[in-house]
Write a protein that binds this ligand. Structure first.
Ligand SMILES: NC(=O)c1ccc[n+]([C@@H]2O[C@H](COP(=O)([O-])OP(=O)(O)OC[C@H]3O[C@@H](n4cnc5c(N)ncnc54)[C@H](OP(=O)(O)O)[C@@H]3O)[C@@H](O)[C@H]2O)c1
Length: 271
């Protein structure tokens, strides 16, 4: 049973407008007052910040008891963004920072994972009064949302369709985030929770589920980038290419025992 925070103890969700952030904000509803911390303000009450320069962070976090930190995808320097956030959080007396990492963070073949390992190290070696928790989700099933809801008939994949993943449902990850933030650092300080889904599945398995007619086609990384990576920087493309190569060779798995314990039920299947 998740306890609600005392009234007025706000939780700041950094990255609130993104895919992960929106799920975490929704999961916190009824458990805590939420402050949406975004890059581009879209709604009244949004706190706009720039994680790169740190602009707006101190104001955005002031009065908050907890912070959920979600970095933009494949950023060239995620540790610097977290450092800016930790400086601001410490300066305004935030008690608890929960960091949205990834399963298998120390994977030298995937530079954006290694950056998350560095972020975890920043938290563990921080000192001072700020307490922390790390969540390490595996790949989201929602990355293949258009396959799951049948709105795609063919999916192009820049790695083997038979590589296996412990796909997680984003709503389950968000439910754990909300629990950890609500219960706070007295229970969760110093903990690192790996969050893997209930079974190892390939993208071909996702496409074949329930007899859905989605066909999967493996394409080269260059071909995929030419169609889907046009808005990325060179650095972002290189990081994603390294990830695709890793997936192709090793897949991406994670355990689910902790996940089940934190949810109080088994994590939902990917399909
Ligand atoms: N996809 C997966 O399977 C998976 C699995 C595990 C972990 N993750 C991690 O989850 C994280 C979030 O992924 P996502 O797909 O939810 O990302 P997303 O939808 O792209 O959201 C990222 C948010 O970052 C904000 N942002 C960008 N630049 C910023 C800046 N300079 N200052 C402040 N905010 C900035 C954007 O805010 P605005 O919208 O306001 O511009 C955006 O909403 C990533 O770090 C990823 O590595 C993903």
């Amino acid at each position: 049973m998740t306890e609600s925070l005392p009234r007025g103890a706000e939780i700041a969700v950094i990255g609130a407008a993104g895919k992960t952030g929106a799920a975490v904000v929704a999961a916190l509803e009824g458990l805590a007052d939420v402050r949406r911390v975004v890059h581009t303000a879209r709604r009244s009450g949004d706190h706009a910040v720039d994680l790169v320069t740190g602009a707006g962070l101190t104001e955005a976090l002031s009065g908050c008891r907890g912070v959920y930190f979600i970095a933009p995808n494949v950023h060239p320097d995620e540790p610097a963004l977290l450092r800016n956030t930790l400086d601001a959080a410490a300066s305004v007396g935030v008690e608890h920072v929960v960091y949205h990492s990834v399963a298998w963070p120390y994977t030298p073949l995937m530079p954006h994972h290694v950056d998350k390992a560095r972020c975890e190290d920043e938290l563990r070696t921080l000192g001072g009064g700020l307490r922390w928790t790390v969540l390490q989700p595996c790949a989201y099933a929602e990355n293949f949302g258009a396959v799951l809801d049948g709105s795609l008939t063919t999916v192009e994949l820049p790695y083997s369709p038979d590589a296996t993943f412990s796909f997680v449902r984003l709503a389950d990850v968000a439910e754990v985030a909300a629990r950890v933030l609500s219960e706070g650092p007295d229970i969760h300080h110093g903990a690192t929770y790996e969050l893997g889904g209930p079974e190892a599945l390939s993208v071909r398995d996702l496409c074949d589920r329930d007899g859905s007619p989605v066909s999967v086609k493996q394409v080269s990384v260059d071909e995929w980038m030419s169609r889907h990576g046009r808005d990325l920087t060179d650095d972002g493309r290189a990081r994603l290419a390294a990830m695709f190569d890793f997936y192709d060779r090793f897949g991406f798995l994670a355990g689910n025992a902790l996940f089940e314990s934190l949810l109080g039920r088994p994590p939902a299947p990917a399909t």
